[in-house]
Design a binder for this molecule. Sequence first.
Ligand SMILES: Cc1cc2nc3c(=O)[nH]c(=O)nc-3n(C[C@H](O)[C@H](O)[C@H](O)COP(=O)(O)O)c2cc1C
Length: 214
Amino acid sequence: MPDNISQLREDYAGHSLHRKDLDPDPITQFQRWFTQAQELQVVEPNALSLATVDQDGQPWQRSVLLKAYDQKGFVFFTNFESRKAQQIAGNARVSLLFPWVSIHRQVSITGQAEKIPSTESLKYFVTRPFGSRIGAWASNQSSIIASRSLLVAKLDEMKRKFKSGDVPLPSFWGGYRIKPETIEFWQGGGNRVHDRFLYSKDTGTDWTIDRLSP
Ligand SMILES: Cc1cc2nc3c(=O)[nH]c(=O)nc-3n(C[C@H](O)[C@H](O)[C@H](O)COP(=O)(O)O)c2cc1C
C-alpha cells in the first residue's frame, strides 16, 4: 500500500448545489447530471455499482452498465442465472451508485428491481455487436469454471453455431429495471462543505426533496 494513502485528499472547491438548481423531478435532474458527466468526460459514466442482498442479509456489489433510463426506472442487462439475479429473485430491493469521482459527484439510488419484458430485452440484444451476443450464450455467469480455455472453447463453439450472424436472445439473458424510491445527488464542495439532496417518492407521483448534512 502506498504510505501516503491517508494523505490523499482532493479539495472540491468551487462547486455547490442549491435547492433552486434542482429540478423537481429526479429523473430530469439525473439526466442533467448524466449529460454533464459525459461533457466532462467521466470515464464510462454509465458504469454503476449494483448492490444486492443474499438470503443471509449479506450485501454484494458489482459494476454493471446503465443501458436506458426514463420515468419508469434504470435499466441494465445481465444473465438471469447469475449470482446477482438469484439474489434479486430472493429480494428485489437493490441499490445503485454512480461514482462520478472525477467530477466530485455521486448519485445513489434505492428501489425495486424487476425483469423487463423479453421483447424489450430483444430490442437491445439485437443492437449488441456479434461478440457480445455470442458472449451472452457462452458464459454461465457466476458459476465456477475450471479454466479459461473452457470458456474460449465454448465461445468458439457458439461462433460456429451462430456463424450466420443470426444470434437469438438467450432465455437466460435480459434486462432489469430498477424503479427508484429514493435518489440522492451528492456534490463535493470546498472545505468538506458538500451538498446532498435526497429525493423520496411520495405516495403519489410527487417527490419530496430534503437537504442532508454531509
Ligand atoms: C465497468 C464494468 C461494467 C460491467 N457491466 C456489466 C453489465 O452490464 N452486466 C453484467 O452482467 N455484468 C457486467 N460487468 C461484470 C459484473 O461486474 C459482474 O462481474 C458480473 O455481472 C457477475 O456478477 P454476479 O456474480 O454478482 O452476478 C461489468 C463489469 C465492469 C467492471
